[in-house]
Write a protein that binds this ligand. Structure first.
Ligand code: GTP
Ligand code: MG
Length: 202
C-alpha cells in the first residue's frame, strides 16, 4: 500500500472537537519522544507531514490526518515527559484517555516503545485501556537503528515477557532506515478492509 494524498484535517485538545467521519482510523500512541510523529512521516512517505524533534513533548494535541479519502491516521501527544510545564503535562494523559474512549471508528492502535527501554506500568496502563475499549493493538519497537541485531532480539524477548504476548504481535521499526514500513502499511491495509485481528493483541 502507498498513500497518494494525505491531508491534515485538524488538531484537537478535547473530545468534543474530534472529527466525525466513517473512515477506519489508526492511532499512534506512546511515551513522549518515542518516535510517533517520525513514524507517521515514514509510513506516509511525507517527511514534513508531522513536526518531529529531539525536544520531548512536541506534539501537544491530537492531530487527525486523512489519507486518500479512505482512512485516517492520528498522531497523539506522548505521556511521561517530566520536563513539560505541569499544566501541559497533566493534560496529555486525559487527552489520550478521552481519545481512546471516544473513537468508535478506531480500527487499530499502535503502541510505540523505544527499543532501548523496558516497557513499564505506563505502557501497561495504555494497553489495559485499549483492551477495555476492545481495540486491537500492535506494539511497535522504534529506533531499532540504535541497536545491534542481538540487542534487538533481546529487547523483543524482554517485551514479550513483560506483556505476556507473542513476538508476532511486535513490529520493529526505524524512521532512519525505514525498517518496518511495509509491515506497518500491510497491517493498516488489512485492517482498513476487514476485521482482521491477525498478529495483534485484542
Ligand atoms: P512527542 O511528540 O514529544 O510525543 O514525540 P514523538 O513520539 O512524536 O517523537 P518524534 O517523532 O518527534 O521523535 C523524537 C526524536 O527521536 C526526534 O529527534 C527524532 O528524529 C528521533 N527519532 C524518531 N524515530 C527515530 C528512529 O527510528 N531512529 C532514530 N535514530 N531516531 C529517531
Ligand atoms: Mg510527536
Amino acid at each position: 500500500m502507498k498513500f497518494k494524498n494525505i491531508i491534515f484535517l485538524k488538531s484537537c485538545k478535547k473530545a468534543a472537537d474530534f472529527p466525525k467521519y466513517p473512515y477506519p482510523e489508526f492511532a499512534f500512541l506512546g511515551r513522549s519522544n518515542v518516535g510517533k510523529s517520525s513514524l507517521i512521516n515514514m509510513i506516509t512517505g511525507i517527511k514534513g507531514l508531522v513536526k518531529t524533534g529531539s525536544r520531548p513533548g512536541l506534539t501537544q494535541a491530537v492531530n487527525f490526518f486523512v489519507a486518500d479519502d479512505k482512512l485516517s491516521i492520528v498522531d497523539l501527544p506522548g505521556y511521561g515527559y517530566a520536563k513539560a510545564p505541569s499544566e501541559i503535562r497533566s493534560s496529555f494523559m486525559p487527552m489520550i484517555k478521552s481519545y481512546i474512549a471516544a473513537r468508535n471508528n478506531l480500527k487499530l492502535a499502535f503502541l510505540l516503545i523505544d527499543i532501548r527501554r523496558i516497557a513499564d506500568e505506563r505502557e501497561g496502563e495504555i494497553l489495559n485501556l485499549l483492551a477495555k475499549a476492545k481495540i486491537p493493538t500492535a506494539i511497535i519497537m522504534t529506533k531499532c537503528d540504535k541497536l545491534s541485531n542481538n540487542q534487538i532480539q533481546s529487547a523483543i524477548a524482554k517485551t514479550t515477557k513483560a506483556f505476556g504476548i507473542d513476538s508476532d504481535s511486535i513490529f520493529i521499526t526505524s524512521a532512519e532506515t525505514q525498517k518496518g514500513k511495509k509491515e506497518i502499511l500491510d497491517l493498516i491495509s488489512n485492517f482498513s478492509s476487514s476485521n482482521s485481528s491477525a498478529k495483534v493483541e485484542s
